[in-house]
Each structure stands twice: as structure tokens, then as C-alpha cells.
Design a protein around this ligand. Sequence first.
Ligand code: FMN
Length: 180
Amino acid sequence: MRILIIYGTSEGQTRKIARFMEEVLQKKGHQVVIADASKDPPEPTTFDAIMIGSSIHMHKYHSAVKHYVIENLDILNRMPGAFFSVSMAVASDIEEEHQEVHNIAMEFLAKTGWTPHEVIQMAGALKYTQYDYLKRLIMRMIAKKQGRATDTSSDHEYTDWKAVKKFARRFVENIPAEMV
Ligand SMILES: Cc1cc2nc3c(=O)[nH]c(=O)nc-3n(C[C@H](O)[C@H](O)[C@H](O)COP(=O)(O)O)c2cc1C
């Protein structure tokens, strides 16, 4: 199968997830192309399935991902698709934070009109070493509230790689033969 993975990222964690899924699917014999939504990504037309992902920053997905979905909406809604949302709230101990990112994803899909077959929330990372002073301060405060790492001398990854692998495989295995 030919699979396209499009992603939007700020500190690189969503790219890392996209690359990991690329590897997982290549090992299963699929042809995979991955592209940053902000760097002239290919159209979905020549692919059998698509996975689109974005991290959440300030309660929003990347605008390049939003534009990609809107520009390609007709074809996206006619092909097997999955949306993966990357955030820190989903790694939080606070239930309302999970609800909040769920709502952000649902609102994004409702606003763009995209109806993917699968939607998944994935935990991202705290990249303290990449943040400037103010960002590091804010992210440390948020992390403390969420019960996450506050040691700003290193980065902290919360992505569940086993769950990501399972998701990528399941999405592709569940694509009905008549849709390819
Ligand atoms: C400035 C900033 C704002 C963020 N805002 C949110 C947010 O509103 N909700 C959330 O759950 N996570 C938020 N995060 C956490 C990111 O979603 C998380 O770090 C993710 O791994 C970033 O992925 P990326 O490296 O692909 O951009 C924020 C992170 C930063 C640095």
C-alpha cells in the first residue's frame, strides 16, 4: 500500500512520531512518504491511505496542517485516513485536560469538515532544552500542575511508542480491500 504521512511540529516530537510510524509501516512492506505540512507537501491523490498529525500549541493545531486538510478535503474524505493529535495534556493526571484535547480535536475536525476513520491522542514531550527562558518557565508551571517532570536541565518524553506502533499497524490492517 502507498501511505502518506503529513505532520505539523514545533519542537520535532510529531516529526519523530511520523518517522517512527513510517518505519513501522515500511517493515510491514508498505511504501511510505512523510512530509512536513509547512514544506510544500505532496497531494494525497496518488496514495492509498493518509495519516495526518499535529502537535497542539496554545490549544491549537498548526495552521499548515489545517490548510492542508482544507485544501485537500474532497480527496481526504474519499480515502482511508487517520488523524493523530500530539499534546502534553493527554499525559496529564487531570481528567479535564484529556477532555480538553479531545474537544480541540473534535472542533478541528468539525471546522475543517474532515472525517477520518481513526482519531488518536498521543502524548508528546517536554523539550525544556529547546525552549527559551519564558517558554521554559511556562512549560515548567504547566508540567507541575499536570504532575509531570519539572527538571528543566533535560528533555522528557511521554510518547508511548508501543501504543503508536499498535495504532499505525491497526489503522492500515483495518483498511477495507475495496478502498485501496
Ligand atoms: C509554547 C507551547 C505551548 C503548548 N501548548 C499546549 C497546549 O495548549 N495543550 C497541550 O496539551 N500541550 C501543549 N504543549 C505541549 C506540546 O503539545 C508538546 O510539547 C508536544 O510534544 C509538542 O510537539 P512538537 O514538538 O511536535 O511540536 C505546548 C508546548 C509548548 C512549547
